[in-house]
Design a protein around this ligand. Structure first.
Ligand SMILES: [Zn+2]
Ligand SMILES: [Zn+2]
Length: 239
């Protein structure tokens, strides 16, 4: 018998089900909880840039194989800044509660069920890319005792490298029209100096728990530009 990390129910892990049918089933969660988690790949087509499911969107939110948000990003001055985001799961009410407990109640062990799927996504889509976790501010670090992006990055087969620091907490950009302007002016990220290692045109995969508007990841990508990266992508648990 095993105990579910989320609901504490004891359950019998079905070896057949996990081993034969669903190698990526999150470990340490009972099937009832696991059934509430929606893999984005199970609902194609996905936006070719940010990986969100296009099926649930109204027609005018889809432009070719992009969602409207990505289309706008790519039309503006940040074209190509973030080449691609891959997210594993839909940010549904269950995952919202899950990630809240993980982040705000300091329940770091809650990342473990996703270890295998997260590693596999990295190997499939960003193999050998350098994982760079999105930092949180020192104040947040004190409140939470860990950075969820670092926890996720540590699940990967390649060692993550901290290249960025968050220098301040700017208020959230509330209006999309302000988005591009504020991206430069209010970028909370800076390169760590001196750099921990010499890097020549690295291919980078930014690691974070959630892709929301894409602004945070693009700010991080901007801060990394002095490294002349060959590629900046992102791998996130949720979209
Ligand atoms: Zn459960
Ligand atoms: Zn998109």
């Amino acid at each position: 018998m095993a105990q579910c990390l989320w609901c504490n129910r004891t359950y019998s892990p079905s070896l057949n089900w996990e081993r034969l049918f669903d190698l990526e089933a999150p470990k340490n969660l009972c099937r009832r909880c696991w059934n509430k988690i929606e893999r984005l790949e199970a609902h194609p087509p996905l936006c070719s840039l940010c990986g969100r499911a296009l099926a649930g969107l109204e027609a005018h939110f889809i432009v070719k194989d992009y969602c409207l948000d990505c289309y706008r990003w790519e039309k503006g001055s940040f074209q190509g800044l973030l080449r691609r985001n891959y997210s594993l799961y839909h940010y549904n009410p269950f995952m919202k509660a899950y990630i809240t407990r993980l982040k705000f109640q300091g329940d770091a062990v809650l990342v473990m069920p996703f270890k295998r799927a997260f590693r596999k996504a990295y190997q499939q889509h960003f193999n050998h890319y350098l994982p760079v976790p999105i930092p949180i501010s020192p104040q947040r670090m004190q409140e939470r005792a860990f950075n969820q992006a670092e926890l996720l990055a540590q699940l990967l087969p390649k060692s993550p490298l901290e290249l960025l620091k968050r220098v301040s907490q700017y208020r959230k950009q509330s209006q999309k029209t302000r988005r591009e302007r504020t991206l430069f002016q209010e970028n909370p990220f800076e390169l760590i100096q001196p750099l921990p290692t010499a890097l020549l045109n690295p291919s980078i995969v930014l690691i974070d728990d959630i892709y929301t508007t894409g602004a945070t990841l693009r700010q991080a990508a901007l801060a990394l530009q002095p490294l002349k990266p060959a590629n900046i992508t992102s791998l996130t648990l949720l979209r």
